[in-house]
Design a protein around this ligand. Structure first.
Ligand code: AMP
Ligand code: MG
Length: 421
């Protein structure tokens, strides 16, 4: 009996799955609805609240895709002038006429094709071609990218660099976006010291509060507004005061540490005094002690995400559980919230795993010289091994009920995403 209970506690057949946890969290989120209007250049990362419509065609006129000559008809051709970007040719070409043209310059009326300059030689006013272009060659047509009146971007979409470029091209210099979600951030642990404390001043067993910094930059990348409530001791009264402050000033609280089963883990207890604990512990490795709850206030409530203190666990649970929920809270439409990109790779080393929890090991994936996608574990997989996370470029995702894996096995991987375009 005791042995069974121990096993249950370690691997937990009764624990909710990662997928159930994610669903429960997403269900608990009500997207923000307040909006603000911002200059486009300040809106990258924000969620569009009102669909953006094109007010003009893109390209706005037929224009040249090449530096060369715009031609009318089949030739031979006589030079009639030039059309430069910013300085269009205003006449109409007659059959057998051509103009010098640069990339992006309007194709003059009458011209029906463009030849690139490498394929043409001008002698005096006469143009000689190496090959005869077809009608329409190298002409970028008016409106082939976007038509006036088209919806450029639906509401509920995050504006990334490419979206900003598109809106700018369409002349949209202001956008209406959803307000930022406000997250209060705190760490709990008597052993934690703020970054900046000299190493010589650390007591025996003291460590730097790295989670708060890591979570802060991660949330900033996701475009949340962060209220940093600092680092708290393992004292219920201090945790209580901080949660009240967080509840009253933010949409959500993210804490790390103090949610496990140690004798100094008070966060859950305080949460249950102030509000509700809706979820505690999931079949995820690392990150089992993850907690979620709510802190009601006079109007509405603040959401509570309790991440485990171990630094790798804190970041794995942030990415696997909290982020999908935050996206919904931020107002990203369901169609835009995509499951993380998953692929497959061949293992270059064996992996030890006991059934019971879905495992997110840290891996490095690349294409080998035979073109096969392979993956290797980045060293030991303890939930305190930050170097292994820093060296990783993917998670190796091992199913809950699976056991050991051998070299050569095909496994699921989730490549880390680059926040570009
Ligand atoms: P806990 O979840 O409080 O039991 O902490 C688990 C482990 O994570 C312990 O080794 C803590 O020292 C460590 N830890 C807790 N909070 C942090 C933090 N903010 N930064 C770095 N490590 C932490
Ligand atoms: Mg602790």
């Amino acid at each position: 009996m005791t042995l069974d209970m121990t096993l249950d506690t370690c691997q937990g057949p009764g624990l909710k799955s990662v997928e159930q946890g994610r669903e429960l969290l997403r269900q608990a989120m009500t997207p923000v609805s307040e909006t603000e209007t911002l200059p486009l250049e300040q809106a990258c990362g924000r969620i569009l609240a009102v669909p953006a419509k094109a007010r003009l065609d893109l390209p706005p006129c037929d224009n040249s895709a090449m530096d060369g000559y715009a031609l009318c008809g089949d030739g031979p051709y006589r030079l009639a002038g030039k059309s430069l970007a910013g300085h269009p040719y205003t006449g109409t070409l007659q059959n057998g006429e051509c103009v010098r043209i640069t990339t992006g310059a309007p194709v003059p009326a009458g011209a029906d094709r463009v030849v690139m300059q490498e394929q043409a030689q001008l002698q005096g006013e006469q143009l000689y071609l190496n090959s005869q272009p077809k009608e329409g060659d190298h002409i970028r047509r008016r409106g082939e990218d976007v038509r006036a009146g088209d919806t450029l971007i639906e509401s509920g979409r995050r504006l990334r660099v490419a979206e900003v470029a598109l809106l700018a091209a369409a002349g949209i210099h202001e956008v209406t976006v959803l307000r930022r979600v406000r997250a209060a951030l705190l760490s709990v642990g008597d052993e934690l010291r703020p970054l900046g404390t000299p190493a010589s001043a650390l007591g025996d067993g003291d460590i730097y509060d790295s989670n708060r910094i890591a979570l802060k930059v991660a949330l900033a990348q996701l475009d949340l507004e962060v209220i940093d409530l600092g680092c708290l001791p393992d004292q219920p009264a201090a945790i209580r005061d901080a949660l009240i402050q967080a509840r009253d000033s933010a949409d959500l609280v993210i804490s790390s540490g103090g949610v496990s089963v140690g004798e100094a883990d008070f966060t859950r207890q305080v949460l249950e005094q102030l509000g509700h604990l809706d979820l505690w512990r999931l079949a995820i490795k690392p990150g089992k002690p993850f907690a979620f709850g709510r802190l009601p206030r006079e109007e509405g409530e603040a959401l509570f995400f309790g991440l485990p203190g171990n630094p790798v666990s804190a970041l794995v649970t942030l990415y696997q559980l909290v982020l999908p929920a935050l996206e919904k809270l931020q107002g990203v439409s369901a169609a835009e919230c995509q499951a993380p990109f998953e692929s497959r790779a061949r293992l270059l080393n064996p992996i030890r795993k006991s059934p019971g929890r879905k495992d997110y090991q840290r891996g490095y994936t690349y294409r080998d010289s035979d073109g096969i996608q392979v993956v290797t574990s980045t060293g030991i997989q303890g939930s305190h091994i930050l170097s292994g996370l820093a060296d990783a470029n993917c998670f190796i995702v091992l199913p809950r009920e699976g056991g050991n894996c051998e070299t050569g096995d095909w496994v699921a991987i989730e490549p880390f995403q680059k926040p570009l375009i």
